[in-house]
Design a protein around this ligand. Structure first.
Ligand SMILES: Nc1ncnc2c1ncn2[C@@H]1O[C@H](COP(=O)(O)OP(=O)(O)OP(=O)(O)O)[C@@H](O)[C@H]1O
Ligand SMILES: [Mg+2]
Length: 446
């Protein structure tokens, strides 16, 4: 990695900013041979088609095109803001680009044996020095080794292959079907690089499901919160309408706590519905409620409202879903959980409010449970609402120590203390650091 020293002056506009970026490098497979048999005009038309795809698909996933050179393209994810799912976004973009290019037909006469257009791609994350506002090219300039490594990964990929480094995907690799982890020795990099071939999307929607696939750490703490949740459920079972919001930052354990609670609630006389909102992939309005609807597909003794909701046109879907959930609550107590409410679409938020108001008006047994991260400004879904809020704190030192101990029973006490110091009671960080420590044998980086 090229090292850059800090700017010497207090106003360093030309020096740029260090950023952790995820880089996607995409190239057209076999393009040199293609340029030989294709008419120049046809080649230019094909390139224009390819560029149009880059320009449509990359921003759709939150990326920015840094450079297009011939048929190749370098895109960055995490600029201007780093996002926790940049690796996932870059990979989603690569998958969509590959699929779109497979269906592109080059113009003109095609030679015998031509099997179609394909891309090959590399994805890597690393610290890059970003120079903004290059007037000459109108784009920013990226300095550092990470873009080269993304390009080297693309070079190592065969036609229609996507290779992503461990740095770029990490736990997010669980969102995808990947090949086994392998190690590459790349030009321009001193240490070997672990990477995967990405084949497609896996049926995993939330990071939590990815954690479940990898194996969850034993549950620790959260006694008082579970007591409050149990009390809310008891309230709903005795005929009340309640809305309980869980709030905490990323990885503090909202989903895990809820899943533990829902496991206990499964023994109670209530029907449980689950839905979650997504940060960007959910083009589908009402996603969490539609997930609940799908979960009811095999319901025995379904009310007529279920059929109506399943067959409602998009414009009447919210009304039909409302009617369905209220009809169910008139029969038995219902528990409706929506995860990641901070990403809910407006239609879902409106429906949540209407559901609560409707159930209150009819005195129906309904527990609405939502989990969300604190938002700057107003919290969606509760800003005009007296919903009861549980602010989930980080794990205490004792709980964190137990979590580390249970994840790595053989851990060196010094490394255990380091994990705790870095994680600050955040169970996600504890898990990640323990996995990293386990992968590295002893070598936890302080
Ligand atoms: N009390 C706990 N005991 C043990 N592990 C926990 C606990 N709480 C959370 N974890 C683990 O930490 C990880 C992060 O937790 P979780 O996914 O619930 O966080 P979250 O608050 O829902 O984060 P996000 O806002 O990103 O959805 C999970 O893998 C989970 O299993
Ligand atoms: Mg969560």
């Amino acid at each position: 990695m090229t090292e850059f020293s800090a700017p010497a002056t207090a106003s360093p506009p030309a020096v740029g900013h260090r950023r952790l970026l995820t880089l996607l490098f995409v190239d057209l497979s076999g393009s040199t041979a293609m340029a030989e048999w294709m008419e120049a005009e046809h080649y230019a038309t094909m390139l224009a088609g390819l560029r149009a795809l880059y320009e449509r698909i990359v921003p759709h996933h939150g990326g920015v095109i840094a450079r297009i050179q011939g048929d190749g393209m370098l895109a960055v994810f995490g600029h201007p803001e780093v996002r926790e799912d940049d690796g996932r976004r870059a990979t989603e973009a690569a998958l969509e680009l590959h699929a779109a290019v497979r269906s592109l037909m080059p113009p003109g006469l095609l030679p015998a044996g031509f099997v179609g257009l394909t891309l090959h791609s590399g994805i890597h994350a690393g610290v890059v020095l970003v120079n903004e506002g290059d007037q000459m090219r109108g784009r920013f300039e990226l300095l550092g080794n990470a873009p080269n490594i993304a390009a080297r990964l693309a070079e190592a990929a065969k036609a229609d292959e996507i290779i992503a480094s461990d740095e770029s995907l990490g736990l997010q690799s669980q969102f995808f079907e990947t090949g086994p982890r392998f190690v590459l020795q790349l030009r321009g990099r001193a240490t070997p690089l672990a990477a995967y071939r990405v084949f497609g999307r896996a049926a995993v929607g939330r990071r939590f499901e990815a954690s479940v696939r990898r194996g969850l750490a034993p549950f620790v703490g959260r006694c008082s919160e579970l007591t409050r949740l149990d009390a809310a459920l008891a309230g709903a079972l005795s005929g009340r309408t309640l809305w309980l919001g869980l709030r905490a930052g990323a990885g503090v354990g909202k989903t895990r706590l809820t899943e533990e609670f829902l496991r206990r609630a499964a023994d109670q006389a209530c029907r449980i519905h689950r839905g979650y909102c997504e940060s960007y992939l959910s083009a589908e309005p009402l996603q969490p409620f539609l997930q609940m609807l799908r979960g009811m597909a095999s319901m025995a003794d379904a009310p007529p409202e279920l059929f109506a909701a399943q067959h409602s046109p998009p414009g009447q879907r919210a009304d039909a879903l409302l009617a369905l959930l209220l009809a169910l609550a008139r029969r038995t107590p219902q528990l409706v959980f929506i995860d990641d409410l901070q990403w809910a679409d407006d239609a879902s938020l409106r429906l949540l409010h209407r559901l609560r108001t409707g159930a209150l008006a009819q005195s129906l047994p309904l527990l609405l449970l939502s989990a969300s991260r604190p938002q700057p400004g107003m919290l969606p879904g509760t800003h005009d609402d007296p919903a009861e809020l549980i602010e989930l704190p980080p794990l205490t030192e004792l709980e964190a120590a137990r979590a580390v101990q249970q994840l790595l029973p053989q851990i060196d006490p010094f490394i255990a203390a380091e994990v705790q110091r870095h994680a600050g009671g955040n169970p996600l960080f504890i898990e990640e650091l323990c996995h990293a420590a386990a992968d590295a044998g002893e070598g936890l980086v302080a």
